[in-house]
Design a protein around this ligand. Structure first.
Ligand code: HEM
Length: 122
């Protein structure tokens, strides 16, 4: 029987969580931001006071970042050091910076247990 303690030793399960949130982020545009100052970003100039939406959904599916970006392939994370906790900007399921999801530690503990409970019924 798989026990709750075993969840930490199931790396593929953690890959499934990452891959699910990559394809289906719960907050696809994150929380709206407003620029405090004029910002130059590549060839764009974003004026002070602009409302900015970050398209985390499109970043997760960007084909220039990863192969088969529309496919559900959890194993892509097996050999990857990508972290979902706001440090890697290719993976911002919980947002980043000062508005990062305060529920992230709880969610990261609970989701694998939920998946384990659901799959153990089959
Ligand atoms: C799969 C689980 C979850 C995901 C993917 C998720 C994702 C996010 C994202 C992307 C944001 C916006 C962050 C940003 O714009 O930088 C956010 C904000 C927030 N999340 Fe979560 N979240 C999850 C679970 C939870 C849970 C379990 C709680 C509370 C128990 C929670 C409470 C909040 C709150 C209060 C905010 C707003 C923070 C603010 O106003 O600055 N979330 N979440």
């Amino acid at each position: 029987m798989v026990k709750e303690d075993d969840v930490l030793r199931l790396p593929y399960l953690s890959c499934i969580v990452k891959e699910t949130l990559r394809l289906h982020p719960s907050v696809p545009f994150l929380l709206p931001r407003k620029t405090g100052n004029e910002v130059k970003l590549n060839e764009y100039t974003i004026p002070k006071g602009t409302r900015v939406l970050v398209n985390a959904w499109a970043i997760g599916r960007d084909p220039s970042i990863r192969e088969d970006s529309q496919e559900f392939r959890p194993e892509r994370f097996l050999s990857s050091l990508v972290d979902v906790q706001g440090q890697d900007f290719e993976s911002i399921r919980f947002g980043g910076g000062r508005r990062i999801c305060p529920g992230m530690p709880l969610a990261l503990r609970m989701i694998p247990r939920g998946i384990e409970l659901i799959t153990s019924k089959f």
